[in-house]
Every structure is written in C-alpha cells, then in structure tokens.
Design a protein around this ligand. Structure first.
Ligand code: DAH
Length: 339
C-alpha cells in the first residue's frame, strides 16, 4: 500500500497540463470528495500499528503534493491568460505614463534662485549636519549667548558640537571662510528646529540665505535688493523693514511684505494684518566678518535669510505648512502646471 501511495506522489509531482479541464480532473481524482486521498485516509485504520507512522507520513505528503501542484498549475494558467490580455491585443490604447511634478518648495526655491542670479548672486550650499562654530559661534553667538534660545536646536546624539543646522546662515560663514570679497551668494537649504508642529510652523523647513560683501556696501543696497526681489517674486512693491535683533547683523531688521487681504488664506497666513514676515536681514556684524577672515575696516556687507515655505504658502494659497511634507500626491499633482 505504501509503495502504491509513493508511486502516486511521483505521478502527482510530474503532472503537467495546460488546460483547466484536465487540471480539474486531476484535482477531483486526488482531492475530490470521492478522491483517492479520501480512500487512503479511510484505509488508515486497517493499517498495522507499526506501519501507521510511515503510512500517515506518505498520505500527508501525497495530500500536500497534490495541493501544491494544483495551485502551481492554476497560477501558471492564470498568468498566461493575463499575459494574453495585456500583449494579445495590439490595437488596445497604450497606458498613459504618469508624469511627476516638482514639489512646490522646489518650484519657489528655483524661482528665488533665478531672480537673485539675474543680479549677480551665485548659489552656494553647505551641510545640514553642522558644527557649533558655523551654526553659532562664528555668527557672534558664543556659548551661553541667550540668543541661542531663539532657535531650539536638535543635537546629534549627546555631542553638543554636532547639530542639525538651525538656519542657512551657517553657509555664509563657510562661504566667507573660503572666498574673498566681492561676495554675492545665496544659499538655499533645509533647516531644522526643535519646535512644536502646527499649521504655521514645522520642525523642518527651508530658507534662502543671501550674502553680499564688498567695499562700501550700505543699508540702501540691502533695501534695493529686497525691493527688487519682492517685485519680481510677487509683483508687489510694498515692503517694510522692522527694526529687530540678530546677533550676526547690526543693524538688523525683519522683512515684511504687504500682501493684502483678498482671501481667507491671506487672513490666516498674515494673521489678519495683510503683512507677512518673510525673513530677517541686516548689515553683517564686523565681528562675524573678523571670525571669517574678512577685514571689517575694508569691507562691509549685508545678509538676509528668508523662509521658503512662507512664500510658497502665500503664492499658492496653502493654509497649512504640514501639507508640504505629507507627500500626498493629490496635493503634489496640483503643481504640474507651475514648473
Ligand atoms: N538666520 C535667521 C533666522 O533663521 C535669519 C536671518 C536674519 C538671516 C538676518 C540673515 C540675517 O542672514 O542677516 O532666523
């Protein structure tokens, strides 16, 4: 009996067909309610005790072999049919290729780069993982300076010298260390702050930093540059420079643009004032120039830093900053025509 079952196992393993009918006949023969397996299982009680173990093993093997064979042939037949469906009909219309779209942050960042490059600014980049010197100390923020608290920092592990940059101002330090004036550069990039996430702020966002160092650069040059930028970027020419404080600039100012209050999103983003702060700016502090190897008696300069998300939210009327990072294609696909 055991030998007969073993022969069946061989037969099952070798079974092949390319019709569904034959497969079904095969299934009924072995696995059907009146199939061979049923008979063999019924036979079990008549088998002498010492053979029961081996008998049990072989009928189980026959069962799983038959089941596996049926499944494998079934899958193969289905695949064949599917393949016929896809390739068989050459008159079928093609499937449209899904074209991706640029992320709104990239679109705005590229626009900003374009605008500044027309007035002679090049693009420079720096690392996102920074050291204390480039992110703080060189920018006139020595250890224990209270203004360090303005930017809640993510440190890497427990080493206080390695951190995720809190602003792109770190890139201006690197640029000044490695280049001689005249300098005209913008540094777009991603920055990180340990802040609560809400509809208006996020722990990851983007800035574009600007730096201009030459002989006799004045605050008037800064104003003109920012005005030129807002006209090009927004088609608006009303800006406001509010006196402010940054350790790396003196004097310092906050840059607001007048956007107006036409839509509900305008209200939300500008907190009902029509004005939106898009960044900070000022004349580079002589200490910073010195720290970076530039003689402040010979050269002066201005710097600014602007938030890309803020600008994108205004331009595209996006009421919640979190949408930029969710990667929801229904959101992203809306920017296809903006490239
Ligand atoms: N780094 C500042 C911030 O993230 C922005 C800033 C202000 C950059 C003034 C500058 C500047 O270059 O001059 O809040």
């Amino acid at each position: 009996m055991i030998e007969t079952i073993k022969a069946h196992i061989e037969e099952v393993k070798a079974f092949q067909t390319d019709t569904k009918e034959q497969l079904e006949a095969f299934r009924i023969k072995y696995l059907g309610s009146k199939g061979l397996l049923k008979d063999f299982f019924a036979e079990f009680k008549n088998v002498p005790n010492e053979q029961k173990k081996e008998f049990g093993q072989v009928i189980n093997e026959l069962k799983t072999s038959a089941e596996e064979r049926v499944k494998a042939i079934q899958d193969a037949l289905e695949n064949k049919e599917e393949a016929k469906g896809i390739y068989g009909d050459t008159t079928r219309p093609g499937e449209a290729m899904n074209i991706g779209s640029r992320h709104p942050i990239s679109i705005v960042k590229n626009q900003m780069i374009d605008i500044f490059s027309t007035i002679g600014f090049n693009v420079s980049e720096g690392p996102e993982i920074e050291d204390d010197w480039h992110n703080f100390t060189a920018l006139n923020l020595p250890e224990y300076h209270p203004a360090r608290d303005m930017q809640d920092t993510f440190f890497i592990q427990t080493n206080p010298d390695v951190l995720l940059r809190t602003h792109t101002s770190s890139v201006q330090v690197r640029y000044m260390e490695n280049n001689k004036p005249p300098i005209r550069t913008i540094s777009p990039g991603r920055v990180f702050r340990n802040e609560a996430v809400s509809s208006r702020s996020h722990c990851i966002f983007h800035q574009v930093e600007g730096l201009y160092i030459d002989k006799d650069v004045s605050f008037a040059d800064l104003k003109q540059t920012l005005l030129y930028f807002t006209k090009e970027m927004f088609g608006k020419s009303k800006i406001r420079l509010r006196p402010s404080y940054f350790p790396f600039t003196e004097p310092s100012a906050e840059i607001d643009i007048y956007w107006g209050l036409k839509t509900e999103t305008d209200y939300r983003i500008t907190k009902g004032t029509g004005w939106l702060e898009i960044g900070g700016c000022g004349m580079v502090d002589p200490n910073v120039l010195k720290n970076c190897g530039i003689n402040p008696d010979e050269h002066t300069g201005f710097a600014f830093g602007m938030g890309v998300e803020r600008i994108a939210m205004l331009l595209y009327q996006i009421g919640d900053i979190r949408m930029f990072y969710e990667n929801d294609v229904r959101f992203l696909e809306q920017f296809k025509s903006s490239i």
